[in-house]
Design a protein around this ligand. Structure first.
Ligand code: MG
Length: 249
């Protein structure tokens, strides 16, 4: 156990309902995105004038900026899907590709690389035996619904909440309020588990929820508001279900 980042055992005794983030908390979105971009790269000689890593990192940076713009309603979902390719192509000097065709291939490849974050499935299964659970995700409805189905998430989660359906993206307090209402518990009885400090941890804290931050080992800043920082799901299980055995089952 890392005594520097985790000096005090978090008090989760008031927790009655647990919501999980989906991308990069339960499901490895970034790995699927990277692999899908390499698949796209292999199909287009125009792209191969640039290293696949450069193409993937240009796309990732552009996508991140456009998601910020989408979050603040400056661009629509369809503009985001168009611009993230058009702008990436421009940055790497490719002018001839049809973004719609590339997007279609990308989305298809992306879904073929979906996989759980290590131990996340087992943790979700165990947590859902002890607590009612839900999933709250920022994402496109048509993509996230496919993930719910592919990973059979309705087996574990009572509520599957997607920002696009609610009309607000995390960290907007209104999506946390919507989720709390669905769960039927007070904010202090809710725990949010996620990987994004700005969307998940600050969003949850602002609404009076308990928070658990999934983060790579040693990456936590000295000062943060999360009740728990964990880098392996066993740490989360031990905090929530104290009699969890430490040996893997
Ligand atoms: Mg996430």
């Amino acid at each position: 156990m890392d005594s520097h980042s985790q000096p005090v055992r978090p008090d989760f005794s008031t927790v009655r309902f647990i919501y999980f983030d989906l991308d990069d908390t339960l499901i490895d979105h970034l790995k699927a995105q990277e692999r899908a971009l390499v698949d796209v790269w292999t199909q287009y000689p125009e792209l191969q004038r640039t290293e696949p890593k450069v193409f993937a990192s240009e796309f990732a940076g552009t996508n991140y900026r456009l998601w910020e713009a989408y979050r603040s309603s400056e661009v629509s979902q369809s503009e985001l899907r168009r611009l993230r390719f058009e702008q990436t192509f421009r940055q790497i000097g490719v002018g001839t590709l049809d973004w719609r065709e590339v997007d279609e291939i990308y989305m298809d490849c992306y879904s073929r690389h979906w996989d759980w974050i290590p131990d996340a499935r087992d943790a979700l299964m165990q947590v859902s035996r002890h607590f009612p659970t839900g999933i709250m995700t920022n994402g496109f409805t048509f993509v996230q619904k496919k993930k719910f189905e592919y990973f059979s998430l309705n087996r574990y989660a009572r509520h599957l909440i997607i920002s696009e359906e609610v009309g607000y993206l995390k960290p907007d307090p209104r999506i946390f309020a919507f989720a709390a209402e669905k769960a039927g518990f007070k904010p202090s009885e809710l725990l949010y588990v996620g990987d994004s400090y700005s969307s998940d941890i600050l969003g949850g804290c602002q609404c009076g929820w308990k928070t658990a931050w999934y983060l790579q080992p040693g990456k936590a800043p000295e000062r943060h508001l999360a009740d728990l920082v964990f880098s392996g799901f066993r740490e989360l299980l031990q905090a929530l279900i104290p009699d969890t055995k430490t040996n893997p089952t």
